[in-house]
Design a protein around this ligand. Structure first.
Ligand code: NAP
Length: 284
């Protein structure tokens, strides 16, 4: 019998994360769900177990606005699952209010970029494959909003002067996430770990329905024109398949289609500055 695969999903209680969890369980994966809200996570686990009795669903609690909690969550995961097959860095925030993390990073940066870096680095031992035959996958849930960020200033990433709306700190921190993805894809290739930056497209979720950073007019259009999470989750899962998209790492996929990476995400100097900042911030 084929060994069941294990995926770690952050923010599985949200719109897209929840649909990814459900579809992976249906496809025969076991799940480790990393969330801050224990009640919501427990309810989700019960629903998943009822719908997919064969699936093992483990819950790990962590607020991604606190780096020690992310590292502790990763240690718990590795203790239970020395090998995992995929990490969906799905959690994200879209806010125009200034909210600071425990380590005093602005929340868009803390959750959208730094938490994904810390989780990926901390889970690296479990994702690593030395057999030259198998690969594992890190999917960083980015956003096509990264195209509206015209610069990536590592000096102001964690303390931007203006938070702004969809095209403000959110866009910049998603550009940072995409850039991190290209840098990490090169760095981790020798370990059998692939990294893809994947945007789900426009999706009806609590984020797009309620965020104060969504332009008012766009918010009105959400129920009319945005896609259902189930439809876009299927595209995310396809984008995470090792063999899809020619089996390539370090690419950007949006709404199921590969698109060119932003120029800044390919700039070696920008990558080097960003990776140095992330390493510094991750060390506390
Ligand atoms: N919806 C779209 O159209 C769209 C488009 C492009 C990209 N994206 C990206 O897709 C991803 C999923 O977004 P979504 O639309 O599904 O939003 P969502 O429904 O708001 O889900 C976000 C998830 O992230 C979790 N989260 C936020 N802050 C956290 C923290 N400090 N610690 C732990 N978990 C935290 C939330 O937990 P709680 O349930 O506890 O709040 C929730 O589970 C995000 O990265 C988003 O940027 C979405």
């Amino acid at each position: 019998m084929q060994k069941r695969k294990i995926a770690v999903i952050t923010g599985s209680t949200g719109g897209i994360g929840s649909a990814i969890a459900d579809q992976l369980a249906m496809a025969g994966w076991d799940l480790v769900l990393v969330n801050r809200n224990e009640k919501k996570a427990s309810q989700q686990k019960a629903a998943l177990r009822a719908a997919h009795p064969d699936a093992v669903v483990d819950l790990v609690q962590a607020d991604l606005m606190d780096i020690p909690q992310i590292k502790a969550a990763a240690q718990t995961i590795i203790a239970q699952h020395p090998q995992i097959d995929a990490l969906y860095n799905n959690s994200g925030v879209l806010t125009s209010e200034r909210v600071m993390s425990v380590q005093v990073h602005e929340s868009n940066y803390a959750v959208n970029t730094l938490a994904a870096y810390v989780m990926a680095q901390a889970l690296r031992p479990a994702l690593r494959r030395d057999d030259n035959d198998t690969n594992t996958m890190i999917v960083n849930t980015t956003s096509s909003a990264h195209n509206s960020a015209k610069s990536l200033d590592t000096e102001t990433l964690s303390a931007p002067k203006v938070i702004g709306g969809l095209t403000g700190a959110y866009a910049t921190t998603k550009l940072a996430l995409t850039t991190m993805g290209t840098a990490m894809a090169d760095m981790l290739q020798g370990e059998g770990i692939m990294v893809r930056s994947v945007c789900p497209g426009a999706v009806v979720t609590p984020m797009t329905k309620t965020s104060n950073a969504m332009p008012g007019i766009l918010k009105l259009l959400v129920p009319l024109f945005f896609n259902a999470p189930e439809k876009q989750a299927a595209k995310m899962i396809h984008a995470a398949k090792i063999d899809s998209f020619g089996g390539r790492t370090g690419i950007y996929i949006t709404n199921g289609k590969e698109k060119p990476l932003p120029k800044l995400a390919l700039d070696q100097d920008v990558q080097a500055r960003l990776m140095a900042k992330l390493a510094l911030d991750a060390a506390l």
